[in-house]
Design a protein around this ligand. Sequence first.
Ligand code: FE2
Length: 467
Amino acid sequence: MTGSGVGFHSVRTEHEDYQPPIEGTIPSWLSGTLIRNGPGRFDVGDRRVNHWFDGLAMLRRYAFDDGELRYSNRFLRTNAYADAMNGRLTGQFGTDTRGWRRLVETIRSLGLPEPTDNTNVHVARIDGEYVALTEAPSRIAFDPETLETRGRFQFEDRLPEHITAAHLVDDPYRNELVGFTTQFGRQPRYHLYRLPNGSRRREVIASIDANGPAYIHDCSVTDSHVVIVESPLVLSVLRALNPFSEGAIDMLDWQPERGTRVLVVDRDTGELVAEPTIAPAFTFHHVNAYADGGTVVLDLVSFPDGDIVDSMALGDLDTDGFPAVPDAHLMRYRIDLETETIDRTRLYDGGMELPRVVRSAVSRRHRFAYGQATDRAGANGLVKVDCETGTAREWWERGVYVEEPLPVQHPDADSEDDGVVLATALDTDRERTVLLVFDAATLEVLARAKLPHAEPFGFHGRFFRNE
Ligand SMILES: [Fe+2]
């Protein structure tokens, strides 16, 4: 196994409270747990899933207490997992034999299909329950200490959803999560919702007529708006009904003539306050948004087109290691609500993905965006962009592939970057994943913990402070 190919191998061992050797020092104030989600296993017998998104969900837990670290990893015991153990691989994205095909078959009748429960994309705490999330409307609760699977999590509402966002914006000021679902039908719709802390009932902020509908992965909020970006990467039901279609990938159709529509919705009234259309671009991830007078500032990471989705098929990744498409770039959209125009500028010239800001900056003016630096040969770095000055700090080491970085502020922080950045990274030379703790101001490595194995590349996580 060479290069980053190790990032797409299967894990079979589950560790519990492993105490890794640590080089350097983890700050003693760091108290809480990073829980990450992602695929952990791609094959059963001689069969292999076709897309990175389809690996079996494996939770990773990094518990910090007084300078010590404990690591656990555990697969979710889902129906998808049980099927896989019985030799039946079922994907949802590119591998499908059941999930998305069935979704498409049921779209005609508009009945809700039985979605995959392989919830491998993200995690959230909802009404005290820790929940693993994916883009199918299916959630799995787990124990945050042992990572044991608790079973299905059900919302107490009837919000229509054929596809749903795994990304929920965690707004510490309004004390609520914000997300959206997509509903197919004669007039497809996006339903934007809020989920107040302590509730399992999603409240509709707005239901908006969709063009396409588009495949939308993320959203952002200001103190008074929700923003989603409808790219021309369309979920084409007709295309999916093609008998040679294999999964959701075959539903995706890049239709650049549609352009990209940015939807700005009033968070209180649900009114669509602006919907400017700009030149086509595709985005997975938003960085953050904030209101600045009559302007909404939206930072996101943008690809020139939708090819990135196809390129993450494992056949391509296994040979090349990484998608052979142009890098995504950190862009700033200044959306004038009056004229419904957008001024677009690039904030950082390097390639960037998996961006994050500190929790206290969500919906407010942020200064720093942290992300994976993707434009190195033989490495993925960490980058910190100063969005005010347009300068950046970078860290990278040859053969080390940084995953999603997560900035965590000191509890008494007196500046936005007073704290640490936590990032897992695959060290391909040593065939191990390491947990890196960076000084958030300087990107100096404070500590490096060597895990007992190499994890496949994961997606997203959250840091839950000890209460
Ligand atoms: Fe994502």
